[in-house]
Write a protein that binds this ligand. Structure first.
Ligand code: FMN
Ligand code: SF4
Length: 487
């Protein structure tokens, strides 16, 4: 059954010659499911088929290396030997849905446990020629493997992004002191890739709308970078922010990792950030390139997960497609549930970043909301039974020392966890946390305001119980007495 209230998110879109069935995108997310050998295995196939079964419009397969360099468990497309595995993956995806699937292809520099890292100013002209050639070869392999296009990884801490960066220290054709100089490497790569795959194969790019580091570039440059990419013939633009080495936290005996500093936090904004902190980037970039006559899709990303928000962004023309990385990891059936009018069954990501931590430790990336030991998201059973509350007053709360302490009695049924809903001063209802057990301390409350809480138990398939009893608390303002303060 079609849901007409969501006609923007469910509308098809064309990318080059590709018919993408709807506006949802799962952006690249490293899974750490491949072995160190970099081959596609069954766990990788299962992960991406789950997005296809959930009717995600565009599936971007995690960053895969185009060169031989060592780097823990990471997919590879650096040799013809890898093509057969990728072919299996694309065949499996195309067999279950009309989702389109595109790999993100990446070149990265060397890093060492000592903290040393190679930077682009160390590359010789031969090295640069090899990188350009490797991108072209990998793109052609992707085409041979049955992918619907490729995405050039020009974001975060990696090689192409480092050329675009204001921290680019080269002083030659790729001179970091001018925007044109910083853009030249991307132009060279794009020309090589096009010459290999032809004009009709979708070539997208992911790059940073803001480097989120001191002396890095911001929207002032990224609007022009986007325009140049459009002029160079990219077929879509997927935005990200941050994720740089420059502010990475040094960890003894471990190679530098670009998601440990503040820019890394901005890249995958956690629960402490407001929702949708980066949507203005896509809106500004889309406005500029559209005004210059380019109508390639712009993908917005970053803590977007409510269907009504996604729909509104598209309706307002602030983006052409909606990227949801962690939300679709949590529940790959999001698009299917929206199309069925079963939005209440969506398992909502709470941005706890457990998945990010797993990636950081090179462990298989799973979601905290899935039942324990699950390697993949549970299937959706539309007929599943919702849990019920045995106790009418299941939820209780107390306010102690600036903290609201919530406790609840278990619901009955096949429970996967509990979502905690809160309103602040009668405002919007938000899910502030998901818990497996029966208590939670809310430490982000302000005295003098009114808070209401309720919880809902959910099953692994996403069915929710009715809301528990509602607890309303008028929090007192603390009294401040200079005599009692500790100085
Ligand atoms: C576990 C994990 C792995 C990621 N791997 C990649 C990657 O391979 N390439 C990439 O461009 N972004 C990667 N990202 C960033 C996401 O694509 C996305 O931009 C980010 O999570 C913000 O979107 P969200 O709020 O919808 O999750 C990764 C994010 C996570 C959580
Ligand atoms: S682990 Fe946390 S942040 Fe990651 S997808 Fe699951 S709920 Fe979202």
């Amino acid at each position: 059954m079609e849901n007409h209230m969501r006609d923007h998110i469910l509308a098809p879109i064309v990318i080059n010659k590709l018919q993408v069935p709807n506006r949802t995108v799962v952006p690249a997310m490293v899974t750490r499911l491949s072995g160190e050998d970099g081959y596609v295995n069954q766990a990788i196939i299962d992960r991406y088929v789950s997005y296809a079964k959930g009717n995600v419009g565009l599936i971007i397969v995690e960053a895969m290396a185009i060169h031989q360099s060592k780097s823990g468990p990471l997919l590879r497309i650096s040799d013809d030997d890898f093509i057969a595995g990728h072919k299996k993956l694309t065949t499996a995806i195309h067999a279950v849905s009309d989702s389109k699937v595109i790999p993100q292809i990446i070149h990265f520099m060397k890093v060492a446990r000592s903290g040393w890292r190679q930077t682009i100013d160390m590359l010789s002209e031969d090295d640069i020629r090899a990188i350009i050639r490797d991108f072209g070869d990998a793109a052609l392999r992707a085409k041979e493997a049955g992918y619907d296009g490729i995405e050039l990884h020009s974001a975060h801490a990696y090689t192409l992004s480092s050329f675009l960066s204001r921290h680019n220290k080269r002083r030659d054709r790729y001179d970091g002191r001018s925007l044109e100089g910083r853009l030249r490497m991307f132009g060279d790569v794009m020309a090589e890739v096009r010459s290999k795959v032809g004009p009709d194969f979708a070539v997208g790019v992911r790059f940073l709308a803001d480097e989120m580091i001191k002396d890095g570039y911001t929207l002032e440059d990224s609007r022009l970078i986007a325009l140049r990419m459009a002029q160079l013939g990219v077929d879509y633009i997927s935005l990200s922010v941050g994720g740089k080495f420059e502010d990475a936290i040094k960890r003894e005996g471990l190679p530098p990792y670009p998601y440990t500093g503040y820019s890394g936090e901005r890249c995958m904004p956690g629960a402490s950030f407001p929702k949708m902190p980066h949507v203005h980037y896509a809106a500004a970039i889309k406005e500029l390139i559209n005004s210059k006559g380019y109508d390639i899709p712009v993908i917005s990303v970053g803590k977007i997960n409510a269907p009504e928000d996604a729909e509104q962004l598209l309706r307002d023309g602030k983006a052409d497609m909606i990227g949801m990385a962690r939300q679709l990891l949590a529940d790959p059936n999001w698009p299917k549930k929206v199309a069925m009018g079963a939005e209440d069954d969506i398992v909502r990501c709470v941005y706890c970043n457990v998945c990010k931590q797993l990636d950081e430790k090179f462990k298989e990336v799973t979601c905290f909301l899935w039942p324990k030991k699950y390697l993949q998201a549970p299937d959706y059973d539309p007929m599943g039974t919702a849990p019920v509350w045995a106790d009418e007053a299941a939820l209780s709360a107390s306010y102690v020392d600036g903290v609201v302490k919530l406790k609840w009695q278990k619901a009955t049924g096949e429970i996967s966890g509990y979502d905690l809903y809160r309103t602040e001063d009668h405002g919007e209802v938000t899910i502030i946390e998901a818990k497996k057990g029966g208590k939670f301390d809310d430490k982000s409350v302000l005295g003098g305001l009114t808070y209401s809480y309720y919880i809902r138990a959910y099953t692994k398939s996403g069915q929710n119980s009715a809301p528990s009893n509602i607890i309303k608390l008028d929090l007192p303002m603390e009294e401040f007495n200079p005599q009692e303060s500790v100085i």
